[in-house]
Design a protein around this ligand. Structure first.
Ligand SMILES: O=C(O)CCC(=O)C(=O)O
Ligand SMILES: [Fe+2]
Length: 355
């Protein structure tokens, strides 16, 4: 299978932060207009409650509490592919400081940022706009900073406090992910340490993705990010108290109103593959608004880059079960996903076996 696309050239498109600051910007340029389907229904999460996972119960010494938390996780992954984690142990001040320093990064003078623009698709430090302007006809109302933070740690040398804060936040969020994946391993009927071993999580790939969505004069036609699933096992997301994330649930877009101090978690393509389709990666998108800048930080957590990911052997050895996905090295998957446009679950479809 042709897994990789050629590296895209660097982009020269103006960042949306600068665009949004242009005097008298009353409407967006036409190449930012998506014209989202007006017949789509938007539900608020109160109609159908988004699941909450209490991480302290998942790691509890009380076997009943733990097995109930594993059942909840199983249900959340099967029915939603999305949940909010509370009692996760990451200090609130650390999350706030991360969002603050991220804001400071985007607010650095534009002439200080070109050094962070990538030359290749998988450069470890990438500042840019939209998703992949070399391939897109319609751009996202979004600037981004993407950093490889594990197993090697990369960070811009400014703002001053960025490095220490990011290092701590990445470590803490990996601990949360390890705990969740132990629970998910069990909810799939596997040993607690099975995912750890099969996916080489000691060298897990972690990508920090900061999204900056400035105020937008036409929030009804622009999108911060179009519908997509993530290339990850699990993505952990925090935001600056400005909502905008929507997830697809039972054919409708659901607004996510995050509980204070919670972490939003969505299942990604590698989890769908490993679970042989039991836990589907969730389609989600980011909408924008005309009142406030929104900042979100998505920590993308995958297996190690060298892992060839396939459905867990224990899940396909049972009589009557066949693998629904072809094996693919995670690094190749990531390169291909990042080299193309963001388009629904199109990357996953390339490894899916249809009967
Ligand atoms: O900003 C958001 O809420 C979504 C971000 C996202 O989906 C991503 O970075 O992959
Ligand atoms: Fe995403």
């Amino acid at each position: 299978m042709a897994a990789t696309a050629p590296p895209s050239p660097p982009s020269n498109i103006t960042c949306v932060k600068k665009l949004s600051e242009s005097p008298n910007l009353n409407s967006i340029p036409s190449n930012y207009a998506y014209f989202t389907n007006p017949t789509e229904t938007i539900a608020s999460d109160s109609d159908d409650l988004i699941p909450t996972i209490d991480l302290s119960l998942l790691t509890s010494d009380n076997p009943d509490q733990r097995s109930k938390a594993i059942q909840d996780l199983d249900k959340a992954c099967q029915e939603w592919g999305f949940f909010m984690v509370v009692n996760h142990g990451i200090p609130e001040t650390l999350m706030k400081n991360m969002l603050e320093v991220t804001n400071e990064f985007f607010n650095l003078p534009e002439e200080e940022k070109p050094e962070f623009q990538p030359k290749k698709v998988l450069d470890p430090i990438r500042y840019g706009t939209s998703f992949n302007t070399a391939k897109e006809k319609i751009f996202c109302w979004r600037d981004f900073l993407k950093l490889f933070v594990h197993p090697q740690f990369h960070c811009p040398h400014k703002p001053d406090s960025f490095r220490d804060l990011l290092l701590e936040y990445c470590e803490r969020s990996r601990e949360v992910v390890r705990k969740l994946l132990k629970g998910i391993s069990e909810s799939l009927g596997l040993e607690e340490s099975e995912m750890d071993k099969a996916l080489d999580l000691g060298s897990s790939f972690q990508l920090f993705v900061a999204n900056f969505y400035p105020r937008c004069p036409n929030p009804d036609v622009a999108l911060g990010m179009p519908p997509h699933s993530d290339h990850t096992l699990l993505t952990l997301l925090i935001e600056n108290e400005v909502g905008g994330l929507q997830i697809q649930h039972k054919g409708r877009w659901v607004n996510v109103n995050a509980l204070p101090n919670s972490i939003l978690v969505n299942s990604g393509d590698q989890l769908e593959i490993f679970s042989n389709g039991k836990y589907k990666s969730v389609l989600h998108r980011a909408v924008v608004n005309n009142k406030k800048t929104r900042i979100s930080i998505a920590m993308a957590n995958g297996p190690s880059l060298d892992t060839v990911v396939s459905p867990a052997s224990q899940l396909v050895q049972t009589k009557g079960c066949v693998a629904s996905y072809v094996p693919m090295k995670y690094k190749d998957y990531l390169l291909s996903q990042q080299s193309n446009q963001l388009n629904g679950k199109s990357m996953l479809e390339q490894v899916q076996i249809h009967d």
